[in-house]
Design a protein around this ligand. Structure first.
Ligand code: GRF
Length: 187
C-alpha cells in the first residue's frame, strides 16, 4: 500500500477526488500540506486526515526543508494544485516519487505563468480544438517531466475559459487517482 502526501494551495477538489477514490489496497493519504491558508485544508480536516499549513511567506528560504520534515514514511508526493515552485534539492531527493497534475495537454501550455485559468485562456485564444490534463513526474523543468497519464477534452465553439476549466477539472478528478493507483502497483 502506497502512503502518499498531497500538497495543495487552493480549492482542493483534486484532493477530494483522491480522498474519494482512496482504497486501502492501493494507497492511503497520510498527510495534506498546504503552503497557505486555503479551502483544501478544511477538506482534509473534514475527513480526519492530518494536515499542516507551512506558510510560504513565513518560510521563504526553508519552505521545502520544512515540508520534507513532515514526509516520514511517505512513498509518493502528489502536487494537486500546489502553486509554489518546487526547490531543486527537494526535487532531487524525491526524484521518481513526485508527481503533478496540470490542466493542459503537455507539452502544450506548460511552464512559467501557465497555471489555473491562464492555461484555459491561452487555449481558447489560440482556437485549439482540444485540450485536457496531464499527470507527470516533477523534474527541474517546470511541467517538463515524463508524462504518466493524459485525458483529452474537446474545446467547444462557445467555451469560455471558465467552462473549459470545469470540464478539464472533471477529467483531472478521474486521472489523478487513477495514476496513483497505477503507481501503487509499481513503486
Ligand atoms: C487544477 O486545475 C490543477 O490542474 C492545477 O491547479 C488546479 C487545482 O484545483 N495544478 P484544486 O485545488 O484541486 O481544486
Amino acid at each position: 500500500m502506497l502512503r502518499i502526501a498531497v500538497l495543495i494551495s487552493g480549492g482542493g477538489s483534486n484532493l477530494l477526488s483522491l480522498i474519494e477514490m482512496q482504497d486501502k489496497d492501493d494507497y492511503q493519504i497520510d498527510i495534506v500540506i498546504s503552503d497557505r491558508q486555503c479551502k483544501g485544508i478544511s477538506i482534509a480536516k473534514r475527513f480526519g486526515i492530518s494536515s499542516v499549513i507551512i506558510d510560504k511567506k513565513m518560510h521563504k528560504n526553508d519552505l521545502f526543508k520544512t515540508i520534507d520534515k513532515h514526509l516520514n514514511n511517505i512513498d509518493l508526493v502528489v502536487l494537486a494544485g500546489f502553486l509554489s515552485i518546487v526547490d531543486t534539492n527537494f526535487i532531487k531527493k524525491w526524484k521518481g516519487k513526485i508527481i503533478n497534475i496540470h490542466p493542459s495537454l503537455l507539452p502544450k501550455y506548460g511552464g512559467k505563468g501557465m497555471y489555473g485559468i491562464h492555461v484555459h485562456e491561452a487555449v481558447i485564444a489560440n482556437k485549439e480544438k482540444e485540450s485536457g490534463c496531464t499527470v507527470h513526474y516533477v523534474t527541474e523543468v517546470i511541467d517538463g517531466g515524463d508524462i504518466i497519464m493524459q485525458a483529452r477534452v474537446a474545446v467547444k465553439e462557445d467555451d469560455t475559459p471558465e467552462t473549459l476549466q470545469k470540464r478539464v477539472l472533471l477529467e483531472e478528478h478521474r486521472i489523478l487517482p487513477e495514476t496513483v493507483k497505477q503507481l501503487a502497483k509499481t513503486i
